[in-house]
Design a protein around this ligand. Structure first.
Ligand code: AOS
Ligand code: ZN
Ligand code: ZN
Length: 431
């Protein structure tokens, strides 16, 4: 595997932090032992964690008002892969890349797969894009895609999704994520039931093109760009459609796609209970689909989501394997730094949730000991597992402090020289 960041530099950076890390790790280990937890088991568990990085996240996002380009942004999918590889090299927790078509459409899929492979990366779920028009495209998605009134528009959107499956297949992926912004901006614009009927008809054709070992993930979102009525607005609609379509169709939960204060962990529990939890787009939000860095606003919510996942995996065993992806938009930070930090935050919630003694929790719940049930969760959430995460990275060849190592490497300056700034609009205004 090609290391983009010099391995010697990472080792030097780690050496500077080694004594402190060791001391913190031992102190934490002692504290956990008094709770009956083995720090080595938790570190080994942390090393199993993997969350895919969205290819579009490597560039600076934007809002509907403006996009302020970052330095050295990747200009094509190969450069996106290089950035993703830096993220994985330093965090050792992001071996997958989730590509978006046609933004990342390769002229030669095997060359792209080879490039990913040489960087130690694999392709995760592929994403279709029928929420914007591409240059030279015959039909417009202005009035919808898979749910459009026009048969020709729907046919084009279906064909695009099928092409995504074919590309994904050549890249070694095994899932297609479908998010459509289709819906209405005005009451009366669409027949609400008719739109969903057309969605299902279109999705049936896409579903029929799935290889045997593939899944299709239905991603719901409350609003935007349809501000009055989005066709796939909530988990109920997503669940109903996934159920209609069949076993390969599952629901994808993007943490930013709910009304404020929605109990997302309960949605996760419901979908897991009925075998329809396909995966996640992790991010954080304060108001709407803000696409802020994971864990930056509401880390307790992230922890509670993982608490449900821990429960589901205990019940479901190894067959319970939802796909983890980040889906963020970075407007004011270096995307590589944000994605590394987010991967670590999601991994943190994963490890913290493993520290909850589930038998003890069940006992407290059974005894209606409400206060101690809540405290049990809080105790895990309040425990700073940073030394475990750092140790897991170091042992796997990553960086004790990924952002510090990244800055010390001068990677951004280097690529800024090689990749001239790209003027104009975002490749992804919507994330
Ligand atoms: C849109 O809001 C969704 O989060 C999608 O996942 C979207 O396709 C992706 O973020 C790329 O723009
Ligand atoms: Zn998303
Ligand atoms: Zn979104």
């Amino acid at each position: 595997m090609t290391n983009i960041i010099d391995a010697g530099l990472v080792a030097d950076q780690n050496a500077k932090l080694e004594a402190g890390l060791q001391a913190d790790y031992e102190a934490l280990g002692g504290m956990l032992a008094r709770r009956g937890l083995d720090i080595e088991e938790l570190t080994a568990l942390a090393q199993t964690f993997d969350v895919a990085v969205p290819s579009w996240g490597a560039g600076t996002g934007g809002t509907r008002f403006a996009r302020f380009a970052g330095r050295g942004e990747p200009r094509n999918v190969f450069e996106k892969l290089e950035d993703c590889s830096v993220i994985n090299q330093l965090t050792r927790a992001t071996s997958g890349v989730s590509p978006h078509f046609p933004w990342d459409k390769p002229s030669d899929a095997s060359e792209l797969r080879q490039a990913a492979d040489s960087l130690g990366l694999v392709f995760d779920a592929v994403n279709s894009n029928t929420f914007q028009d591409q240059l030279g495209q015959e039909q417009t998605y202005k009035f919808g895609s898979l749910t459009a009134q026009s048969k020709e528009v729907r046919a084009q959107a279906i064909a695009h999704n099928i092409e995504c499956i074919e590309l994904g297949r050549a890249l070694g992926s095994n899932a297609l994520t479908v998010w459509v912004g289709d819906g209405a901006n005005f009451p009366g614009q669409n027949n609400l039931r008719g739109s969903l009927e057309r969605y299902l008809d279109s999705m049936r054709e896409i579903y029929a093109a799935l290889p045997d070992d593939w899944n299709v993930f239905i991603e719901h979102k409350l609003f935007e760009p349809a501000f009055y009525a989005t066709v796939i607005a909530d988990w109920g609609t997503s669940f109903a459609c996934a159920t209609e379509l069949g076993p390969k169709a599952k629901c994808l939960v993007d943490l930013g796609h709910h009304a404020p204060n929605t109990n997302i962990e309960m949605i996760v529990a419901r979908l897991a209970q009925f075998g329809k939890l396909g995966g996640f787009h992790f991010n954080d939000s304060k108001y709407g689909d803000d696409d802020l860095d994971s864990g930056s606003i509401n880390p307790f919510q992230l922890f509670l989501v993982f608490n449900e996942l821990a429960d589901a995996s205990l019940r479901g065993g190894s067959s319970f394997k939802p796909a983890y992806m980040l889906d963020q938009s970075h407007n004011v930070t270096d995307p590589i730094e944000s994605l590394m930090s987010s991967a670590v935050e999601v991994q943190r919630a994963f490890v913290q949730s493993a520290m909850v003694d589930r038998a003890e929790l069940a006992g407290l719940q059974g005894a209606n000991d409400v206060l101690n049930s809540a405290q049990l969760l809080k105790r895990a959430f309040r425990t700073d597992v940073s030394p475990i995460l750092a140790m897991a990275r170091v042992r796997a060849g990553g960086a004790a402090d990924p952002v510090a190592a990244y800055r010390a490497s001068g990677y951004r300056d280097r690529v800024a020289g090689l990749r001239p700034a790209k003027a104009g609009a975002s490749s992804s205004g919507i994330v």
